[in-house]
Write a protein of this length. Structure first.
Length: 320
């Protein structure tokens, strides 16, 4: 089967097409003929080599979520999965392939009215946004700032915060055009990337949900109200400065909190329930899935170039 692997860390050109044997599902796994593959921010971070110290080696196949049809099952898996259209989490990698394996615990059936492209736009990001807001102890009536709102996680966080009764949902983004699109999804205030601007925007926020991290992350502690909570759900701009916690200590009397959140800490069964609910809501039109573009799997390098250039609003999807 065709796949794309990281031949050399660095730029998008390090991704190359390779031929791999079609995998066989092990016990507890299913094999999925992929119809759609989500291109995530973490894929570009891994490809850049920034996470090489965490065990990612050259030859690694990126991609963590796919949608398609189950074509085979491993031992211990109910045979009725065969032929079903599903969304599947493949782990930290293994998704840029024509045939993907996944644990059956990380597979969710798809509604007939939800496209495979929409599924991989929502499946990973919706869960991160949902449980990220829960991790921040968000409650109705509070104000929320989503930093880095133009990606799939940010777009879902905006919608879920608005649906959850937020008093205000501010976003940081790179252009007025993106800001208007985010307003249509539930944002009430549009700020620039530094968190400035926005007519009548709140002076402070109860919750900052940060997809970006990077060197500028500490400045957003200044945007928190007393008892405010910042939760980092991504790091598309890299790690924050090593001393970022000094900002919290400097503002000791405001009782600020910081946490990192990974959906890996949520039990698989809970993730699956929320995904199923979100897929159903999207099929009913209650949640909007924003697909930036659907490209063939052969265009994986082009997809990563667009990601690196900051051109993507929503999610790029690869279709084998």
């Amino acid at each position: 089967m065709k796949a794309f692997a990281i031949q050399a860390y660095g730029g998008p050109e390090g991704l190359v097409a390779v031929d791999l044997p079609t995998p066989r599902p092990a016990a507890g796994q299913v094999l999925v003929a992929t119809e759609a593959i989500g291109v995530g921010g973490v894929d570009t971070v891994i490809r850049s080599g920034a996470l090489a110290a965490y065990g990612f080696e050259e030859g690694f196949v990126p991609g963590s979520e796919v949608a398609g049809v189950v074509t085979a099952v491993g031992d211990g898996v109910d045979a009725s999965w065969t032929g079903r259209r599903v969304w599947a989490f493949t782990g930290t990698g293994g998704g840029y392939v024509e045939q993907a394996v996944a644990s059956v615990a990380d597979v969710v059936p798809l509604p007939a009215d939800l496209s495979s492209a929409a599924a991989v736009t929502l499946g990973g990001s919706g869960v991160v946004a949902h449980f990220g807001l829960r991790h921040a102890r968000f409650t109705p009536g509070e104000t929320v700032l989503v930093r880095g709102a133009a990606g799939s996680i940010g777009i879902m966080a905006v919608q879920l915060a608005a649906r959850g009764g937020a008093a205000a949902v501010a976003v940081t983004t790179s252009s007025a055009e993106r800001g208007e699109r985010l307003r249509r999804l539930g944002a009430t205030h549009v700020l620039d990337r530094s968190g400035d601007g926005g007519q009548d925007a709140p002076a402070g926020y109860d919750v900052v949900l940060d997809v970006v991290a990077g060197k500028d992350m500490p400045s957003f502690f200044d945007r928190l109200d007393p008892n405010g909570r910042m939760v980092a759900v991504g790091a598309v701009a890299g790690q924050p400065p090593a001393d970022f916690g000094t900002k919290i200590m400097t503002a000791f009397q405001k009782s600020l909190s910081f946490a990192a959140f990974s959906a890996a800490t949520v039990p698989a069964a809970e993730r699956s329930v929320v995904r199923g609910e979100q897929f159903a809501a999207a099929a009913r039109g209650e949640i909007e899935t924003v697909v930036h573009e659907v490209l063939p799997l052969d265009a994986a390098v082009s997809a990563h170039r667009k990601m690196d250039a900051g051109e993507v609003f929503g999610r790029i999807v690869l279709a084998p």
